[in-house]
Write a protein that binds this ligand. Structure first.
Ligand SMILES: [Ca+2]
Length: 282
């Protein structure tokens, strides 16, 4: 039995086991509802940020983006959907697809994290974490997590993942053990639906599902320090049937540039957060 076959068999065994309970429903995100007392800062200290587009790159509309990361000139992308989930590697400069791996059609790919010579990829309801050899994109091992998998990143020591609730979970790369979880709050209220993640300069950036918001989280306290409002980033003229929500954050370690995209969006956008006057919202 080759590696791929063994993995397939193991997954079948795993999928026969009912998933652990899903995180309970949480109150809606509270960030946008906070009152504002001074320019750009809410009364509870959450900084409000707008954005400027510095550059954009054409990108395939085929990808239901669930994970995004740039490493050593390559763009790694996890695309979701049953029957169309993939792990993809592009040359970042040219946008050319280099190689990829298709997942079992019963798995819905979610966040990814490239760590050393391995790639970690979450799945949604199956709760399976897939580990690939980075060079060959060959599946090499896996484990399970309780509940769902949404976003994934790496803080230099551990994997950090979200499950759609207001919590972030810290997990070892070696054995998949979850050592702690962190509730994320804005003004003391839970911020739910945390999705794709990116570790940037000691902070965790998180897409908030079904919104144009990225929240910037202090990983020590779970407090949201800033809300980046990307309303209007993808123009209506680029929205087709099937175009879905903002999702996907990647910092280019080579130059610190921050790139974002969405599910089945035709562009990757390089953005620069800007202090924002309070007028359009809040
Ligand atoms: Ca990311």
């Amino acid at each position: 039995m080759n590696t791929a076959t063994r993995l397939c068999c193991a997954l079948l065994a795993l999928l026969a086991v009912p998933c652990a309970s899903v995180a309970p429903a949480q109150p809606a995100t509270g960030v946008a509802e906070l009152g504002v007392t001074e320019l750009g800062v809410t009364e509870k200290g959450v900084q409000l940020l707008g954005y400027r587009v510095l550059e954009r790159k054409a990108h395939s509309r085929d990808n239901f983006v669930q994970g995004l990361q740039i490493v050593d000139g390559a763009l790694y992308l996890s695309a979701g959907g049953y029957g169309e989930s993939r792990l993809l590697r592009y040359d970042f400069a040219s946008g050319q697809l280099l190689d990829g791996q298709r997942l079992d059609r019963r798995l819905f790919a979610e966040g990814l994290a490239v760590v050393g010579d391995e790639i970690f990829q979450l799945t949604w309801r199956a709760g399976v974490v897939l580990v690939y050899d980075r060079a060959s994109l060959t599946p090499k091992r896996h484990w399970r997590i309780p509940g769902q998998g949404w976003g994934l990143t790496y803080n230099g020591e551990q994997l950090v993942y979200s499950d759609g609730s207001d919590r972030l979970f810290f997990m070892n790369t070696a054995d998949g053990v979850i050592t702690r979880s962190l509730p994320v709050t804005a003004a003391g209220r839970p911020v739910t639906q945390l999705n794709e993640l990116e570790w940037i300069d000691g902070r965790i950036w998180a897409n908030v599902w079904q919104s144009d918001d990225i929240v910037i989280i202090d990983p020590a306290t779970g407090a949201v320090e800033a809300r980046l409002d990307l309303t209007g980033l993808l123009p209506d003229s680029d929205r087709l049937r099937g175009t879905d929500v903002l999702n996907g954050i990647a910092v280019n370690p080579a130059d610190g540039a921050i790139w974002v995209t969405g599910k089945r969006w035709p562009w990757l956008y390089r953005i620069e957060p800007q202090p924002r006057a309070i007028s359009a919202r809040n």
